[in-house]
Design a protein around this ligand. Structure first.
Ligand SMILES: Cc1ncc(COP(=O)(O)O)c(C=O)c1O
Length: 400
């Protein structure tokens, strides 16, 4: 039995995680590459579902973490620490906003956005107590807490976890008329992913997101952008909404904000919205801790140069061009933006899972989603040569 096989058997026997992982056991990593427990190397074309935008063990992020580990890692929330103010100021500035509420995971940040929108609805908009409604899209993925799965349309994510949290209405993604019909006097927010990642990298029709912005403005409803996966450089801009010229009322961020080093998430908004909280009404033991702030500050500094967004834009154009060439054959459709693609393959060529396994055998890691779709999202530090090599493996795995 190889080391990998032994470790897989132990994980399967002892863990209740059920992520349908591919049979590879990663033991170390660097940049866009990972090495398994038996010493085989793989090009990581999934990048922690966009949590590793800056690559594995990015030296600047590791240095920032190490420096902070030597100073202070956690304080009681009863005290200030010297990285917190800086972090809030710089993240707010990056988002063109005023206030930041830090959390740890993406789901916690989405929960925070839901609570904030409800509180804003009662305190500012004047919605009658207990009546606040949030409109969401079908096929969404915002996390896995009980409230969030309450407004999921994915039976796998939802089944057996009821009773469900009320207060949400689900409309078809990309359908502005349906959204308009769902928004009423008691609606406090529309919560959307600007590009739906887990659903298969679904890009809404042109004009939809500006339409949502106009509608929410005119009806005094908050537009909440869940940019946990689409944000922080992935699409070739700091935020996916930038491509549409849209500024939301609230950003929900996570994943790459922690640079693949520590979990960091945040809700970023205006003083009018996030100012609804009084001390003690919301928070988290680890939210905004010194280590998280130190790493996130380095992430923000890296994004401020625009270098990673530019790489994602240029390499993304190349990726989409190359994938476009494959359409019509084994590839049915390619969607996405920047270094992010959902690739639908002809089911005659197998399932997304089978293709992911074939790619794994060829030294490339991707992940299937929904039947015959795979997702490609390499770290933004991937070289053009490595990307081309990964694409060659895809062509080969699809049968040449
Ligand atoms: C758009 C979006 N929102 C929220 C989440 C949940 O984040 P986390 O897994 O950190 O809770 C994810 C995770 O994939 C996501 O893609």
């Amino acid at each position: 039995m190889s080391t990998s096989e032994r470790l897989i058997a132990a994980s399967e026997a002892r863990s209740a995680h059920n992520y349908h992982p591919l049979p590879v056991v990663i033991a170390s990593a660097e940049g866009a590459w990972v090495t398994d427990a038996d010493g085989r190397r793989y090009l990581d074309m999934l990048a922690g579902y966009s949590a590793l935008n800056f690559g594995h063990r990015n030296q600047r992020l590791i240095d920032a973490a190490k420096a902070q580990l030597d100073r202070v890692t956690l304080t009681s929330r009863a005290f200030h620490h010297d990285r917190f103010g800086e972090f809030c100021e710089q993240l707010a500035e990056l988002c063109g906003m005023e206030m930041v509420l830090p959390m740890n995971t993406g789901a916690e940040a989405v929960e925070t956005a839901v609570k904030t929108a409800r509180k804003w609805g009662y305190r500012v908009k004047g919605v009658p107590d207990g009546r606040a409604k949030i409109v969401v899209a079908d096929n969404n993925f915002h996390g896995r807490t009980t409230t969030i799965v309450s407004f999921s349309t994915d039976p796998e994510a939802r089944a057996d976890f009821g009773p469900y949290t009320p207060g949400f209405e689900i409309v078809p993604y990309g359908d502005l008329a349906a959204l308009e019909a769902a928004v009423d006097e008691e609606t406090v927010a529309v919560l959307l992913e600007p590009i739906q990642g887990e659903a298969g990298v679904l890009v809404p029709p042109a004009g939809y997101l500006p339409g949502v912005r106009e509608l929410t403005h005119s009806r005094n409803v908050l537009m909440i952008a869940d940019e946990i996966q689409s944000g922080l450089g992935r699409t070739g801009a700091t935020f996916a909404l930038e491509h549409e010229g849209v500024q939301p009322d609230m950003y929900v961020l996570g994943k790459a904000l922690g640079g693949g080093v520590v979990p960091v998430s945040a809700v970023v908004s205006s003083r009018d919205v996030l100012g609804v909280y009084r001390p003690g009404e919301h928070g988290s033991t680890f939210g905004g801790n010194p280590l998280a702030c130190a790493v996130a500050l380095e992430v923000i500094a890296m994004l401020r140069t625009g270098e990673f967004q530019q790489r994602a834009k240029e390499l993304g154009e190349h990726l989409h061009h190359e994938l476009g060439v494959l359409t019509g054959g084994a590839v049915r459709e390619v969607r996405g933006r920047g270094l992010w693609a959902g690739v639908d393959i002809d089911p005659a060529h197998g399932s997304g899972r089978e293709l992911s396994e074939k790619l794994m055998e060829r030294g490339v890691l991707v992940k299937d989603t929904h039947g015959s779709t795979i997702r490609i999202a390499p770290p933004l530090v991937v070289t053009k040569e490595d990307l081309d090599w990964g694409l060659e493996q895809l062509v080969d795995a699809l049968g040449g």
